[in-house]
Design a protein around this ligand. Structure first.
Ligand code: BES
Ligand code: MN
Ligand code: ZN
Length: 505
């Protein structure tokens, strides 16, 4: 476990295993803590800059052994990139690389400057939060199934001190550290759930973990079982689960932050398909393993609820996860089946692989009709088409409420999790028309992600609704900055920020 703190003082006096200073790309005259450390090293940093050994380019890491010139054994110089391009996200990214570097050299205790808060011009709290998030998330590893000792987190960083001379900045630095540590915890929860294989992370296991988190954080928790789904007429969710040997759960975590105003609420609904084989419309086997992460939306909701419980915003929040496995079997639903969702609408199941929208349909009907949700944001690894449109960089945002969409986009600007709105022009709606039922669960190849959003919108009448398609962003193909190959935990931090912003407005 990493403990991060902000303490007043002079970084050059620190006897940590390593101290971390930084500089911008193209800097020739040093300032602040970096200058002080350079002086103590008799100008070693300036000399390396003059020799172009150190450039300050984004993510550059240079280590100098102090050989007795300072109480610490090592000085690390971190490149922040061009000064005019500095942002919280840059600090988060370079801190991610730093986190892995500190782990590699076996540093247990490190001290760092609040990169970006000095001449970088970032607010001290923002900088501290970004450092805490970057270092923690960049050093994240999913290793519990690795037997060898060197894969285990034995040599992980244990203490990180953000050292600042200006005592006036301490309160915001401290607040930033606390928030950054909490958000990292939330993201790590989400990543862990996604990285777990589907033989472990089935709907019941997901429900158990949500329940443990709820209990320890003081949240309410309710679970709907198959019988309850039958009672509520959740034919869409039941149709998806009917091919699986694993029992489904509708998980509902409840945070009450504004008891006097029950309508001041939001439901975060995360797709929780613990494995998506495609069902009878089975997927090709290559890359199918990735579908163990088809519950990434649900995972981000569970992670976010953990943090929301501790941040205590003045708003009521439900975290809702329809947890279901999509499998082919003799009891599975078939293409052509017609099913009835909780709101009475009939659905022609053209393709059993378009299962996410089916479970979301019933979950959204439930939060509207049974819980009185006024605002709904759903998060889902919904379509391969969003990967074609936006690649692995950007989450697609949709919605029938522009103010909800705007709120999501504003939150994503703060979190640094990239998002972009796609249109919901009425002309697309007809793609989901069915010959035999009220609506069909596929909309053809053109604009597949928009058609999917339109399908969900058949079940969101009467609430302010936004939808996030994270099929391109839930997994990282490579380790870079604060992201580690595997689950990203996106959009956990955006959800937390969104709830805080809504509570404050
Ligand atoms: N879970 C998948 C979407 C997905 C694809 C997520 C790639 C992550 C990475 C979803 O359930 C799905 O299979 N969607 C189909 C819908 C189609 C049958 C209309 C798709 O996108 O191919
Ligand atoms: Mn599918
Ligand atoms: Zn799916």
């Amino acid at each position: 476990m990493l403990t991060i703190s902000a303490i007043p003082g002079d970084i050059a006096a620190s006897d940590a295993d390593a101290i971390v200073v930084s500089l911008f790309d193209g800097t020739t005259s040093l300032s602040g803590g970096t200058e002080i450390v350079d002086k103590a090293l008799h100008g070693a940093i300036s000399e390396l800059i003059a020799e172009k050994e150190i450039t300050g380019k984004h993510g550059e890491i240079t280590m100098i052994h102090t050989l007795g010139k300072l109480p610490t054994k090592r000085v690390i110089i971190l490149g922040l990139g061009k000064r005019e391009k500095l942002s919280a996200n840059v600090v988060r990214q370079v801190s991610g690389s730093l986190g892995r570097y500190l782990k590699r050299i076996g540093a247990k205790r490190a001290a760092t400057l609040a990169h970006g808060a000095g001449i970088g011009g970032l607010d001290a709290g923002t900088a501290a939060q970004a450092i805490a998030e970057g270092i923690t998330l960049g050093a994240y590893a999913f290793v519990q199934y690795k037997s060898k000792k060197d894969d285990q987190p034995g040599n992980a960083l244990e203490v990180l001190e953000i050292i600042e001379q200006d005592t006036g900045r301490m309160p915001s630095l401290k607040a930033g550290v606390v928030k950054g540590a909490l958000l990292s915890e939330a993201v790590s929860i989400a990543r862990g759930l996604v990285n777990e294989p589907a033989n472990v992370m089935n709907p019941i296991k997901m429900a158990e973990i949500a329940s443990e988190i709820a209990t320890s954080a003081g949240l309410g928790i309710t679970m709907l079982r198959r019988e309850d789904m039958v009672e509520h007429g959740m034919g869409a969710m039941l149709a998806v689960t009917q091919g699986s040997a694993n029992e489904p759960r509708l998980i509902i975590m409840e945070y009450k932050g504004d008891l006097d105003h029950p309508d001041n609420n939001i439901a975060l609904v995360g797709k929780g398909i613990t494995f998506d084989s495609g069902g009878i419309s089975i997927k090709p086997s290559g890359g199918m393993w990735e579908m163990k992460g088809d519950m990434a939306g649900g995972a981000s909701v569970i992670g976010a609820m953990h943090a929301i419980a501790k941040l205590k915003p003045k708003i009521n929040v439900w975290g809702v996860v329809p947890a279901v496995e999509n499998m082919p079997s003799g009891t599975a639903q078939r293409p052509g089946d017609i099913i009835r969702a909780m709101n009475g609408k009939t659905i022609e199941v053209d393709n059993t692989d378009a299962e996410g929208r089916l479970v979301l349909a019933d979950a959204i009907c439930y939060v509207k009709e049974k819980m009185g949700a006024k605002r709904v944001v759903d998060i889902a690894t919904l379509t391969g088409a969003i990967v074609v449109a936006l690649g692995h960089v950007t989450t697609g945002v949709f919605g029938t409420s522009q103010s909800m969409v705007d709120a999501v986009l504003a939150a994503s600007k703060v979190s640094g999790e990239k998002m972009w709105q796609l249109p919901m022009f009425e002309e697309y709606r007809r793609q989901n028309r069915s010959e035999y039922a009220d609506v069909k669960n596929t909309g053809g190849r053109p604009a597949g992600s928009i058609a999917a959003a339109f399908f969900i919108s058949e079940f969101t009448g009467g609430v302010e609704w936004a939808h996030l398609d994270i099929a391109g962003t839930f997994m990282a193909e490579r380790t870079q900055g604060h992201e580690v190959k595997g689950a990203t935990g996106v959009p956990t931090r955006t959800l937390i920020e969104l709830v805080e912003q809504l509570a404050a407005s």
